[in-house]
Design a protein around this ligand. Structure first.
Ligand code: HEC
Ligand code: HEC
Length: 188
């Protein structure tokens, strides 16, 4: 007779194997299993071209913050020259590398905790161009008073994650690591 523990493990394996994203992301899974710092909730950026090109005007958003279908729309030769009202054009070779990197490491190809939530929340059609439009992210921030975000010279927009999330670049977004500029005492 199977022990309950074994049944649970077998059940989980079945779920993982049935989900094609998990199978196609084998390398990613090995990386995740071998990563002793799993408390990191989003995989940090590890592509130099992406870091350089996409970390210029704002913090380099980890690919694991959006599903692949969002990166497919954002990272094209036609879309980048009118990227949220600015020209973020990059040459064709670099664009290919950056686009492939973002798609391969998108939320729906990642095992990291927050990416799983983002992937599940966008599994049925939604492909927002903005991270802050993800329902999961919206929900986490909707109670923060406007004066601490748009009305706050130290932040300006919710898009600038790293202004408040002191370890955003390391992929850590936990409540405990938040400090809102000019409102150091804010505690949800
Ligand atoms: C020339 C400056 C510039 C460059 C280069 C740039 N961006 Fe942006 N990006 C912006 C601006 C401006 C916004 C809008 C910020 C706002 O609304 O406050 C933005 C917003 C975004 C957002 C939406 C964030 C949100 O949730 O509101 C994503 C995702 C994004 N950029 C990804 C990228 C990626 C990936 C690259 C590299 C290919 C890149 N950006 C390069 C200027 C730039
Ligand atoms: C104005 C400051 C501010 C900005 C900018 C901001 N956040 Fe947050 N974020 C917070 C606060 C405060 C919380 C804690 C909310 C709570 O306690 O429920 C939070 C919570 C979160 C959480 C949930 C953490 C947890 O432990 O459950 C995630 C994930 C997150 N933010 C991601 C982001 C991302 C991604 C961006 C950028 C696109 C961003 N945040 C921008 C202030 C900010």
């Amino acid at each position: 007779m199977m022990t309950t523990k074994f049944k649970i493990v077998a059940g989980l394996m079945g779920v993982l194997l049935l989900n094609s994203n998990f199978v196609s992301a084998e390398e990613n899974m090995v990386e995740w299993l071998l990563n002793f710092n799993r408390a990191k909730e989003i995989r940090p950026v590890f592509n130099k071209a992406y870091q350089a090109e996409c970390g210029d005007c704002h913090f380099a958003y980890q690919p694991g913050l959006l599903p692949a279908k969002s990166w497919e729309k954002l990272l094209t030769a036609a879309a980048l020259p009118k990227h949220f009202g600015v020209n973020a054009e990059i040459d064709a070779d670099k664009l290919k590398e950056i686009r492939d990197y973002a798609i391969d490491n998108a939320a729906d190809k990642s095992y990291y905790k927050r990416s799983r939530k983002i992937a599940n929340g966008t599994a049925n059609g939604d492909a927002p161009l903005r991270i802050i439009e993800l329902r999961y992210i919206e929900r986490k921030h909707k109670h923060i008073p406007e004066k601490m975000v748009k009305g706050n010279a130290g932040v300006k927009s919710l898009s600038f994650c790293d202004k408040c999330h002191t370890q955003a670049a390391q992929g850590v977004f936990d409540n405990d690591t938040v400090s809102i500029p000019n409102f150091p005492d804010y505690d949800d």
